[in-house]
Design a binder for this molecule. Structure first.
Ligand code: FEO
Length: 391
């Protein structure tokens, strides 16, 4: 349990959570995660950047103790969520002189969430600078990455930007740096899709605050440090701002095989027309995989049987998730089977008010798919191909 040097004066003192498989009781973590905390030693002050998930408090404190840390002057709390702030009360107890630095909004949240005494918290203004002796902390207010209270910290003498959740990856690894290997991007994209995509427009508006700094290192609080920042910055520009791609995502569920047969016919029809289509069975969904596909998809086609006059509940769950993460899809349709009627399309459309999509007429088959249903699916695929030609 020792610290690891990042650059001169900056050490990693976080924790790797190899075994965690679910975050917020919602998001699958197939590759675990990490809670990165960093220690910055100025000539006059010692600063802890974030803490760790409460379950790893002992790991953080052991790294500090083994690093000979006698005094912490400041604990920078970039984000109030407990996977980063949860061990701050223990740090404050062990280091009684330490003061938490946070935005005004974050101060209120950590008082509420962690019971930290307001007198131990000092609020910092946007662009406020603190000299810690040969090193400077500059605080950059950057709300909605991932809650409204968030900020970043810039260490200009080392050209390090501490970003907490922003640019993170849920990845447990013993490698401290991401390197220049594009293989790190799928994990970062999954994380972006699940955590950052709902706030796409806020991040877009504020990306310039990051790029203008030309950081040498981007140090997030999940996953490896970006030592080739262009890789992650270029990826974010694409995920945030590029037009959606020629891709249809088909989340579906089938109870008695009719909807599955419709979906498979439709996916093949798309493929024949040069439209990539990915079907995602919601029986055992990996919502992270679905979210990743939604980063790029121009069209969502939901496949559902009719259950008690509405969509299957697992489809409704996926629709509500899609509504929460606000993908940039432009078109939406529904395919499925029914026996005696229902309001599937109306109910699904009402579940996704955040999606700014044009509804393409659905294909609903009575019972098992017949030739006329397959012809309707072919027409739906053609309509989508025409829409995608205008992207
Ligand atoms: Fe990693 Fe929003 O906490």
């Amino acid at each position: 349990m020792k610290e690891r040097a990042v650059v001169e004066g900056v050490a990693w003192v976080g924790a790797v959570d190899w075994d965690r498989r679910l975050f917020d009781e919602l998001i699958p973590l197939p590759d675990g995660t990490s809670y990165n905390a960093y220690l910055v030693r100025g000539a006059e002050k010692t600063v802890l950047m974030d803490s760790v998930d409460p379950g790893f408090t002992d790991v953080l404190l052991a790294r500090l103790e083994n690093g000979g840390v006698q005094r912490i002057d400041y604990v920078v709390c970039h984000h109030a969520e407990q996977d980063h702030s949860g061990a701050i009360p223990a740090v404050l107890a062990k280091y009684p002189e330490a003061v938490v630095l946070a935005t005004e909004k974050c101060k209120g949240m950590i008082v509420d969430l962690l019971g930290i005494a307001p007198g131990r918290i000092r609020t910092v203004a946007d662009r406020e600078r603190i000299d810690i002796g040969g090193l400077t902390l500059e605080f950059i207010h950057f709300p909605w990455v991932h809650w409204p209270e968030t900020m970043l910290t810039w260490l200009p003498e080392r050209r390090i930007l501490f970003t907490c959740d922003l640019f993170g990856s849920h990845l447990a690894t013993s490698e401290m740096f991401a390197g220049n290997d594009p293989l790190v991007l799928p994990g970062a994209k999954r994380y972006y899709a699940e955590i950052m995509m709902p706030f796409r427009s806020f991040i877009q508006k504020n990306m310039e605050k990051v790029t203008v700094l030309e950081p040498a290192l981007i140090a997030p609080s999940h996953g490896p440090i970006h030592d080739h920042p262009a890789l992650i910055l270029d990826a974010y520009r694409e995920w945030l701002s590029a037009p959606p791609k020629n891709l249809v995502v088909v989340p579906y569920i089938s109870m008695h095989d009719s909807t599955r047969r419709l979906v498979e016919h439709f996916v093949e029809a798309c493929a024949r027309l040069g439209v990539r289509a990915e079907q995602v069975n919601l029986a055992e969904p990996d919502v992270g995989k679905l979210a990743m596909l939604l980063v790029d998809a121009a069209t969502i086609v939901i496949g559902t049987p009719t259950v008690l006059a509405g969509p299957h509940p697992k489809v409704a769950y996926a629709a509500s998730l899609a509504n929460l993460i606000r993908p940039k899809a432009r078109f939406l349709s529904v395919i499925g089977s029914f026996s005696w009627g229902g309001k599937v399309v109306e109910q699904l459309a009402a579940m996704v008010p955040n999606l700014k999509v044009e509804i393409i007429p659905p294909v609903l088959a009575r019972g098992v798919p017949k030739a006329e249903d397959q012809a309707a699916l072919d027409r739906l695929a053609e309509a989508i191909a025409q829409k995608h030609a205008t992207l």
